[in-house]
Design a protein around this ligand. Structure first.
Ligand code: ADP
Ligand code: MG
Length: 685
């Protein structure tokens, strides 16, 4: 058997230079070449006489070269024209700027050609896109269903087809299958050699569809294997610390200014049984904006602290960290618990802070990613809470986790994640969902108006402020430069202040110093500022129940998820709230986004909509998403395969928890090669 992990240079026709070019396509090994799948196919099975094609048809024709000529109608353009004969008829084949064709195909050679048919002349003329010498009876680039590959500069379709064919021929079907036989049987999928042949050079459409199905399931299966392996490893390590003191939780529950919703209670039971159970918790807490996740986190923190251990809460922005610190202090400090805040900026008192954390005197630490700096050392970190998870990479989560000894982990997210995506993104976590908002929440009345009606938005602000309520006005970040955007925000702020002199407006933007931002937020929280004009810095988490109006300027520029987050800032108190989306959408997609916002307030419905409109890659913004880079699987299209893959992964790990059995070793090797980061990351070796 040929080692599929040999470098591509072992393939005939691939020298050092080609190898380098291939590397740019991400192809290094023989396996990479074989897994460079077509992005499309063209059906060129029907070879017909040239005159049977109409103007503009994609034609596949064959013929024997009888003459050739080259013309240069102007500088930089050369036209090569071959005359070919087939039976009694003749036709022309045309190439632009490829003068070597004449030498390559002298009279007498038999060719198979594909290209666009031009019938504007008396003789049919093909503008050639693919050509090959017809020697045997089988053409590679024409006369069949032809694979179309993703390319880079300097690598052509012909070259790729050629080496992939050569590689497959050299292997002669001698590739070892690594997926379990029964898995293939269950899903009626072809084995590896067959699938490779069929995905590259299918005999019929059904064949490549079957092959594609196999590679999709294979990819998702290996990935789910990774997630499940990681999870089962984690939960099989028993806890180092135990919690025993539930007194505090009791006290805290008594002191809450409200009673927990049913959903909060259920989720709290799930979390509590994790915390008090024998294995570390690894749980995702999902809940729409305003669902009340913070109080649940505070309860968990209380259990840890009550048992003499430390907790840490990490939030993605300073404003959010500060806000969490405020609400958690309000809940825990009356019980005599020490809560401290660490952000990137509070240098003052830093030494004391670090000492306090190291000695264990500070029991709860809240902060931004500043928490993962090396100098922050805990005495006994037992519980890690991460808010707004999708903003942090898996790495940052793990870095914080590493500061404790197998701490319990609670990840919170307000982004409603469609189930299929949740399985791929968070397959290593158990999931709890708060699917109910606290009582008394009003539905938010949402309207979309054009820019020429912007006066209505101003009227809303005026009316709400007169009632003692508060308003947010959001301007979008549109330009490349923050400076220009800031100026746009300042302009809007000044215009509004002029239009409504009786209101006290505040301004918040990304170029302000953190201390300035915080003092503005403080004023807004205390209703010294009636209306806050801001760039999208208020996007996540800010909680001011008295705010009842949200005006989003140029709303068509925002994504659905973002609009939903923004709207989630209002409707948090008992008063009727209003959201006005101002803007003139030009694309159909933008119109649909705004219509969806007016139609529903359900985060999950909006998330599904968003996923449909944008596709999963952009859904989270690829970079921060932690979404794996799938070669062939498509999270939207293959959502049912994700579930199948998960079941299969669980099944195999049930009988062989570490994939150590002899029959699974080759599978494990494939998995480790395919997802090296995964393996490194989860200490699977
Ligand atoms: P999120 O899930 O977006 O983080 P928060 O935890 O910030 O939501 O809660 C939003 C608001 O709802 C806060 O003002 C909080 O005090 C309030 N709240 C949370 N739970 C309840 C409840 N069960 N009843 C009434 N209000 C609640
Ligand atoms: Mg929150």
């Amino acid at each position: 058997m040929i080692d599929l992990y040999k470098p591509v240079q072992f393939i005939k026709g691939v020298g050092p230079q080609r190898a380098k070019q291939l590397e740019r396509l991400g192809i290094q090994t023989i396996l990479d070449i074989l897994y460079h799948f077509p992005r499309d196919y063209q059906d060129r099975t029907h070879i017909l006489p040239a005159h049977s094609f109409g103007q503009g048809d994609l034609a596949t024709v064959k013929g024997t070269v009888i003459a050739s000529q080259e013309t240069k109608p102007r500088r930089g353009l050369s036209i090569t024209k071959l005359t070919l004969q087939e039976g009694a008829a003749t036709f022309y084949a045309v190439w632009f700027n490829q003068p070597y064709i004449r030498k390559q195909y002298p009279p007498g050679k038999k060719l198979l050609l594909t290209g666009k048919m031009d019938r504007n002349f008396s003789v049919p003329q093909v503008q050639v896109t693919d050509h090959e010498l017809l020697e045997g009876d089988e053409g590679l680039h024409s006369g069949r269903i032809v694979p179309i590959y993703p390319l880079s500069e300097s690598i052509s379709q012909k070259f790729l087809r050629g080496i992939i064919k050569a590689t497959l021929d050299a292997l002669g079907g001698q590739m070892r299958e690594f997926l379990p036989d029964d898995l293939l049987d269950r899903h009626h999928l072809p084995c590896l050699p067959e699938a490779l042949q069929e995905i590259h050079f299918p005999q019929e459409e059904k064949a490549y569809q079957r092959a594609r199905k196999r590679f999709v399931l294979e990819e998702l299966f290996l990935f789910q294997l990774g997630l499940t392996l990681q999870k089962s490893r984690y939960i099989r390590q028993s806890k180092v610390h135990q919690y025993d003191n539930q007194l505090l939780e009791g006290q805290l529950l008594q002191r809450l200014p409200f009673s927990l919703t049913k959903a909060q209670q259920r989720v709290w039971q799930e979390i509590k049984s994790d915390l008090l159970g024998p294995y570390p918790m690894n749980r995702l807490l999902q809940g729409d904006v305003g669902a009340g996740k913070t109080v649940v986190a505070a309860l968990a923190i209380a259990i840890a602290v009550g048992s003499g251990q430390q907790s840490a809460l990490m939030a993605p922005t300073e404003i959010l960290a500060e806000q969490h610190a405020d609400s958690i202090r309000a809940l825990l400090e009356p019980l005599g618990i020490q809560v401290a805040l660490l952000t990137g900026r509070n240098r003052r008192g830093r030494k004391k802070f670090l000492e306090g954390v190291a000695s264990g005197e500070i029991q709860v630490v809240i902060g931004t990613h500043a928490l993962i700096q090396d100098e922050v050392q805990f005495k006994n970190l037992a519980l890690v809470v991460v808010d707004e998870q999708h903003r942090f990479g898996v790495r940052q989560r793990a870095a914080l986790q590493d500061k404790g000894l197998r701490p319990d982990v609670l990840v919170m997210t307000a982004t409603p994640i469609p189930r299929t995506l949740a399985l791929t993104l968070y397959g290593d976590l158990d999931v709890s969902v708060i699917d109910e908002l606290p009582p008394g929440r009003q539905t938010i009345k949402t309207h979309h108006i054009g820019l020429n009606q912007a006066g209505k938005a101003v009227g809303l602000i005026k009316q709400q402020v007169a009632l003692g309520r508060q308003a947010y006005v959001v301007c979008p970040l549109v330009e490349e430069s923050e400076k220009v955007d800031t100026q746009a925000a300042i302009d809007l702020y000044e215009r509004l202040q002029q239009a409504l002199p009786e209101c006290n407006f505040g301004l918040l933007h990304g170029r302000m110093k953190p201390a300035e931002k915080e003092s503005i937020m403080q004023d807004f929280r205390q209703n010294n500022i009636n209306a806050l004009v801001s760039t999208t810095v208020i996007e996540v988490g800010v909680d001011v129940p008295n705010a009842t109006a949200m005006v989003v300027w140029d709303a068509q520029r925002f994504g659905l998820a973002q609009l939903h987050q923004l709207r989630g800032r209002i409707g948090r108190g008992s008063h009727q709230s209003y959201c006005i989306l101002v803007g003139n959408p030009t694309t159909k997609e933008a119109k649909e986004r705004l219509a969806a916002m007016c139609r529903t307030q359900d985060g999950f419905v909006l998330a599904e909509e968003d996923l449909k409109l944008r596709g999963p890659g952009e859904f989270f913004g690829t970079r921060q998403s932690g979404l794996p880079d799938f070669k062939i699987a498509d999270l939207l299209r293959d959502s049912r395969e994700i579930e199948k893959a998960k079941k299969e992964a669980e099944k195999i790990l049930q009988s062989d928890p570490d994939l150590k059995k002899l029959e699974n070793q080759y599978l494990f090797k494939q998995f480790a090669q395919r997802f090296p980061n995964f393996v490194k990351y989860s200490d699977i070796s």
